[in-house]
Ligand binder design. Structure first.
Ligand code: CUA
Length: 258
């Protein structure tokens, strides 16, 4: 049995390659944006501190219980103060928090940064689907590209499509391009979230939220609405298709001539 567990963890990097959630997945999905790489690196940095602290605290607890229980020390110590130890156990955690804050803040500000975007896409949450607007482009009737994106119901799925994750109209964006995403909602709160892209942006009625996107590789990225928005909250998934720039231009011109 333990052999199976060891094998599972050894093979984990191979098993875990996906841009959608997998059965029994424990770790993160593969990152496709610099932001998600940053999030994963911060997580690993923090895990170092978590491990050291939990091992130290467990060791202290066990030692205390072992040495100072009523059977081992029948006459309890009357010690109640120790200035030096109190300074140490106040300053050390404060210092650890300070060390953690540095990479955390730099990541936080990096996520907030919008670097002169080449494309702006507006995404609106509805009960219960998403809609996308590409207002940078206009066709001959001066209409912009706008379409709805609905989940494909289980009975209509083609072989290989992911249940509860596939949509009829995907959001298409080019790779290696700075994209500005504007997120809002038409009715109630929703949240536009795609794990591989490191984005979880609340969609709030009457308010525009802004986030940036820079995808490094082609692929199909799956996400789900992440704010309880009613009975079909679980049935309004998000699919982002990242393509090369020529393919994107082809897609845009097709959409414009529709
Ligand atoms: Cu939309 Cu939850």
């Amino acid at each position: 049995m333990s052999f199976v567990i060891v094998l599972f963890f050894l093979s984990y990097p191979i098993v875990g390659l996906s841009d959608a959630a997998e059965n029994w997945q424990l770790g993160f999905q593969d990152p496709a944006t610099p932001i998600m790489e940053g999030i994963i690196n911060l997580h690993h940095d923090l895990m170092f501190f978590v491990c050291v602290i939990s091992i130290f605290v467990t060791w202290m607890l066990i030692r205390t219980l072992w040495h100072f229980n009523q059977y081992r020390s029948e006459i309890p110590s009357s010690l109640s103060h120790g200035t030096l130890i109190e300074i140490i156990w106040t300053v050390t955690p404060a210092f650890i928090l300070l060390v953690i804050a540095i990479p955390s803040f730099s990541l936080l500000y990096a996520m907030d940064e919008i670097i002169s975007p080449a494309i702006t896409i507006k995404t609106l949450g509805h009960q219960w689907y998403w809609s996308y607007e590409y207002s940078d482009y206009l066709n001959e009737q001066s209409e912009s590209i706008a379409y709805d994106s609905y989940m494909i119901p289980e009975e209509d799925l083609d072989f290989g499509q992911l249940r509860l994750l596939e949509v009829d109209n995907r959001m298409v964006i080019p790779i290696n391009t700075h994209v500005r995403l504007i997120v809002s909602a038409a009715d109630v709160l929703h949240s536009w979230a795609v794990p591989s892209l490191g984005i979880k942006c609340d969609a709030i009625p009457g308010r525009l939220n802004q986030t940036s996107l820079f995808i490094k590789r082609e692929g199909v990225y799956y996400g789900q609405c992440s704010e309880i928005c009613g009975i079909n909250h679980g049935f309004m998934p998000i699919v982002v298709e990242a393509v090369s720039l020529p393919k994107y231009i082809f897609w845009i011109s097709n959409k414009l001539s529709e």
